[in-house]
Design a protein around this ligand. Structure first.
Ligand code: DDQ
Ligand code: CA
Length: 273
């Protein structure tokens, strides 16, 4: 009698366990078609650093030694710059002239790669000498974001597509349309490669999308509304959107800022909801 009760109960528990198991542990969805199961993280500010309030940040990366490289936009003010993390001071700047609107920036080997808005022309720079500028052509629809895993380039063009590109030829070697709950996530902007994931600022939002570069599945969302709102509330009315993610892979520090933001934040993720 007891056995007859126990067996169905055990089967039932096993079924429940198997059903939920993939969504426990890392808290991450294993089914990319059901984007709703993605992890959602809020953030905590670990430290604040000064940031040039005139930098219309379009690309951001950490290069070691408390040094950031940043690409800025706006016609006539676009640049690539080497910036001190601690002081926010611009140590070296290479202006792009009036013709180009700077966008995504990434560092691969000794070269910086930068894309520009409304053009398929990009520029590579020698890390040690930003004045050595070489133009290249890419095959995305536009130039918005760039990141690298140290081998290939990842790019965004303001659509919902994440591109993988060969840095030598700029040929697109893979691409994925990013979807959340079946809906395309458009306006993918500034990118960063972090722990085998590509993180993307979503333009005009306070959200970062975590994307699997393997299959384009949406792994999670990071919600950061308090950063922009905090700046607005403390009187910085001129600021634009959240944009700019940089990852210090050695010290595991995560930095974010925004366009015309007077501050750059070191943040960490709160445990997933
Ligand atoms: N993009 O970074 C999303 C690709 C382009 C942003 C362009 C914003 C232009 C704003 C012009 C503001 C003038 C003060
Ligand atoms: Ca970045």
């Amino acid at each position: 009698r007891i056995l007859m009760m126990t067996i169905p109960l055990a089967l039932f528990s096993a079924a429940i366990f198997l059903f939920f198991m993939p969504f426990n542990g890392s808290g991450r969805s294993s089914d990319s078609s059901l984007g709703l199961l993605s992890t959602i993280n809020e953030i905590e500010v670990v430290a604040e650093f000064p940031h040039d309030p005139n930098a219309f940040t379009q690309g951001l990366l950490y290069a070691g030694d408390d040094t950031l490289f940043e690409s800025t936009g706006l016609y006539g003010q676009s640049s690539v710059r080497k910036v001190s993390l601690q002081t926010g001071k611009v140590e070296v700047i290479e202006k792009m002239g009036d013709k180009y609107f700077g966008e995504g920036l990434t560092l691969l080997g000794e070269s910086l790669f930068q894309v520009a808005w409304l053009t398929t022309t990009g520029f590579s720079y020698d890390l040690s000498n930003l004045t050595k500028v070489k133009p290249f052509k890419h095959h995305m629809k536009d130039g918005w974001g760039l990141a690298t895993d140290g081998q290939v380039l990842f790019g965004s063009d303001g659509t919902s597509t994440l591109y993988r590109m060969d840095p030598r030829t700029m040929k697109v070697t893979d691409k994925h349309v990013i979807k959340y709950n079946g809906i395309e996530v458009r306006y993918l902007n500034e990118l960063e490669y972090i722990n085998n994931e590509v993180w993307a600022n979503v333009w005009q939002s306070d959200c970062i999308a975590r994307i699997s570069p393997k299959d384009g599945s949406l792994l999670g969302w990071i919600l950061l509304p308090e950063l922009r709102q905090g700046l607005l509330h403390s009187g910085h009315g001129r600021i634009d959107v959240l944009n700019g993610i940089a990852w210090d892979s050695e010290k595991k520090r995560l930095f974010v800022t925004g366009k015309l933001w007077p501050k750059l934040y070191e943040i960490k993720l709160k445990p997933a909801a």
